[in-house]
Design a protein around this ligand. Structure first.
Ligand SMILES: CC(C)(COP(=O)(O)OP(=O)(O)OC[C@H]1O[C@@H](n2cnc3c(N)ncnc32)[C@H](O)[C@@H]1OP(=O)(O)O)[C@@H](O)C(=O)NCCC(=O)NCCS
Length: 195
């Protein structure tokens, strides 16, 4: 059998829609006690997790999901932190235990950075406990500056400001690049809809 890190990743990564709330909630509820502890920095019960998922969606948190079939199996969250001089968000990650160590966390992180930058965030903070090696390795991989305060490991990632529109004219926006649109290609699909 292939080592865990080389097993295929059959699912898709996409931003979750409002109608995905229950899928997101069920994903968080499926985390085993140790992953749940790492994710929320403490031992918490199902009622808290369910309320947390609802609150996140109600507040417009951006959640990027890793989905296999109809189930969310991994998530990366962007929570805005108000009151900072520059746009700042707290980010968080979760991958279900049986899928950890295959690179899904890294893929979610990469996608989250693109979303966060497109939203104009300049600073991202990720908080975990100092013993969470996976998260620390993941954060380092994406150049997070890690510091330790009061029993917490806090990683800070600085993002470049968005370039003025004039500098990017003709460059397709990154999701369009993923759809195969290249420089100079039409920005919208020409497929007729509903006619
Ligand atoms: C942290 C988490 C999201 C990472 O997701 P993942 O899919 O396992 O991540 P990846 O497979 O991309 O691996 C990330 C790093 O962890 C390392 N890793 C994987 N399995 C490991 C293990 N058993 N022990 C130590 N490190 C491990 C990987 O090698 C990789 O580091 P590298 O690139 O330097 O080799 C996932 O483990 C998780 O959900 N943990 C519980 C919740 C949590 O801790 N969230 C973070 C706080 S918000």
């Amino acid at each position: 059998m292939a080592p865990v890190s080389e097993r295929p990743i059959p699912g898709v990564i996409r931003q979750l829609r409002p109608s995905d709330l229950l899928r997101f909630r069920d994903h968080l509820l499926r985390l085993d006690p140790s992953s749940r502890h790492d994710r929320f920095n403490g031992g918490i019960g199902d009622a808290f997790v369910a309320a947390y998922a609802e609150r996140s969606f109600a507040r417009g948190t951006t959640v990027i999901g890793y989905l296999e079939g109809d189930e969310v199996r991994g998530a990366a969250e962007i929570h805005e932190c108000a009151g900072h001089d520059e746009p700042t968000a707290e980010i968080a990650f979760s991958v279900e235990p049986q899928l950890q160590g295959r690179g899904i966390g890294a893929l979610l992180f990469e996608r989250l950075l693109a979303h966060a930058r497109a939203m104009g965030y300049r600073h991202l903070r990720v908080t975990t406990h100092p013993g969470n090696d996976r998260m620390r390795r993941l954060a380092r991989k994406f150049q997070a500056r890690l510091s330790f305060q009061a029993g917490e490991a806090v990683g800070v990632i600085a993002l470049d400001p968005l370039p003025p529109v004039a500098e990017t004219r003709g460059e397709p926006w990154w999701p369009l690049r993923m759809l195969g649109f290249g420089r100079g290609a039409p920005v919208a699909s020409t497929r007729a809809i509903g006619r």
